[in-house]
Design a protein around this ligand. Structure first.
Ligand SMILES: C[S@@+](CC[C@H](N)C(=O)[O-])C[C@H]1O[C@@H](n2cnc3c(N)ncnc32)[C@H](O)[C@@H]1O
Length: 211
């Protein structure tokens, strides 16, 4: 279900500044294959939040072929350099991401890892400025405690698909992914460790501060 009128979605995407041909090609690839990338309006929002917060150490859970990573990598480069962790359990996607980010001139700040993303975050040093979560939705609730430990106080969490194409409003939908989005939302909005807001760009992003 499209929650936002198509006219508004198109308008938000049109307002995104011109971007490199490779990033546009990645958008076309998603449109053709149906691979779920965050898209231009959410990408620009993520980039802006990273720039505004001055993030230089970013961890991305559930990366794809490098689209969302590219927005974060650009922000980190502009902030003077740092690291963006790209983690996906699919080796072919990781290889594709490396090629895309190399072409975009961003690979120098990206660290590629193949594996389960929450376990990779758990094993990391932590102290991240920003964490972006886009893993399978049923795994969202269990990821929160790990994120809380690995994000520095005052750090930023961005988590995608918090409107889940409207399935969260369907009282008959108790699928694990839908319940995962509902439960994650309930936990983070009731936990004094977090201040957050749901931004209804594309499929809904929660923007949260770790207090
Ligand atoms: C929604 S797509 C990522 C899109 C990416 N954020 C973008 O906008 O370009 C999520 C990807 O992460 C993978 N994935 C899902 N859960 C994961 C997990 N727990 N650990 C590692 N990879 C995961 C999926 O197979 C898929 O390739």
């Amino acid at each position: 279900m499209e929650l936002m009128p198509r006219q508004v979605t198109d308008y938000l995407n049109e307002l995104v500044p011109p971007r490199p041909p490779r990033l546009r090609a990645m958008e076309e690839q998603a449109a053709e294959s149906g691979f779920p990338i965050i898209g231009p309006a959410a990408g620009q929002f993520c980039y802006l939040i990273a720039r505004l917060s001055g993030a230089r150490r970013i961890f991305e859970l559930g990366s794809g072929y490098g689209y969302s990573t590219a927005w974060f990598a650009r922000a980190v480069q502009e902030a003077g350099g740092g690291e963006v962790h790209h983690v996906v359990w699919d080796e072919a996607l990781s290889r594709e991401a490396r090629a895309n980010l190399t072409e975009l001139g961003c690979a120098d700040v990206v660290r590629f890892q193949v594996g389960e993303a929450v376990a990779a975050l758990e094993a990391s040093e932590g102290g991240f400025d920003l964490i972006f979560n886009d893993i399978d939705k049923h795994a969202y609730p269990d990821s929160l405690s790990v994120i809380e430990r690995k994000l520095r106080p005052g750090g930023v969490l961005l988590i995608d698909n918090m409107l889940w194409s409207g399935r969260i409003f369907d009282a008959a939908d108790h699928s694990p992914n839908t319940e995962g989005v509902r439960e994650f939302t309930r936990r983070i909005t009731h936990d004094p460790a977090w201040s957050c807001s749901l931004v209804p760009i594309r499929d809904g992003l929660i923007l949260a501060r770790r207090n």
